[in-house]
Design a protein around this ligand. Structure first.
Ligand code: G4P
Length: 283
């Protein structure tokens, strides 16, 4: 399923990004640390490679710390700087330092030519709901862009000034993720990056249970107080039915599914990362 992904729309967004690339020194690409692959926009990935570029693994407070380290290593091996952030709760000083270090050659060149306080120009890009507005707000230090829980709310695109010599530009237009691999869609739905209405909750919950049983079996067994036989002797759909009854929702499987999804989002199984570096994705 291609979510809002049609050539006209994406070409427009691509051209807008390309236009603005000419006036910035560096691109800050924000991704969800739980989905460092699935929450990237592939078109963006192609065109921003021409520029200095930092990947911000935001919502790192929700992601598996070990996998966040693995992802940073993976990006480093690909030659791209990356940094984790929890923009909701923390300040972003390390990001400021990293931006300056990535641009040190350029800044030194300007200094040699007598420009003392070179004003850095950065563009923030990312698919909806990765925390772009939250990061802009934190960097600027006041409430500048609308944040909300509705993925895809259009934000203003003006230059924003920070007090530490960096001017920021928001993403022009809306850059949707590209969902050709259904697994990517499931991961985006499970994390709340795309609207709940897009995929049936039972599909997402079954994906979640399979993911948990494969990667975090003890956590799911402990939290739902399951017997191993509940898992091994049943299909995942049957397990979801079992859980729905256990929650007291009788045969309301959609309600049971939504509960499982919320349990994942509310960290009942701890901090989870759904993408693993090197995982194979079909185009
Ligand atoms: P966007 O501009 O990229 O679309 O995203 P936005 O900043 O609006 O953030 C989307 C949601 O993600 C917001 O939650 C925001 O608080 C949350 N968020 C942003 N950064 C982080 C982070 O590093 N960690 C965590 N845990 N959450 C983050 P919301 O539910 O829409 O609002 P609220 O409940 O926080 O008020």
């Amino acid at each position: 399923m291609a979510l809002q992904w049609y050539p006209g729309h994406m070409n427009k967004a691509k051209n807008q990004v390309q236009d603005r690339l000419k006036v910035v020194d560096i691109v800050l690409e924000i991704v969800d640390a739980r989905l460092p692959y699935s929450s990237r926009n592939p078109v963006l990935e192609q065109i921003i490679n021409q520029k200095k570029h930092i990947i911000i693994l935001n919502k790192a407070d929700l992601a598996d710390p070990k996998l966040t380290e693995d992802w940073k290593l993976n990006f480093r091996q690909e030659g791209t700087a990356s940094i984790e952030s929890d923009a909701k709760h923390n300040r972003l000083e390390k990001l400021n330092t990293m931006i300056r270090s990535e641009l040190s050659d350029k800044i030194e060149k300007y200094e040699r030519n007598g420009v003392k306080n070179y004003q850095i120009k950065a563009m923030c890009v990312g698919i909806p709901n990765v925390g772009k507005s939250t990061i802009l707000n934190k960097m600027v230090g006041k409430n500048v862009a609308v944040t909300g829980n509705k993925p895809g709310v259009t934000k203003n695109q003006n230059w924003l000034k920070t007090s530490y010599g960096i001017d920021l530009l928001d993403t022009p237009g809306i850059l949707w993720p590209k969902i050709t691999d259904p697994k990517v869609g499931m991961k985006l739905a499970l994390s709340g990056a795309i609207k709940d209405k897009i995929y049936p909750p039972d599909d997402v919950a079954i994906y979640a249970l399979n993911f948990l049983m494969t990667n975090y079996l003890d956590r799911v067994v402990d939290f739902y107080k399951l017997e191993k036989s509940d898992i091994y002797n049943h299909t995942t759909a049957e397990l979801l039915m079992h859980l729905t009854k256990q929650f007291g929702f009788k045969e309301d499987y959609d309600r049971g599914a939504r509960r499982v999804i919320m349990d994942v989002r509310n960290l009942k199984f701890g901090r989870l990362t759904f993408d693993v570096p090197g995982e194979f994705y079909e185009e």
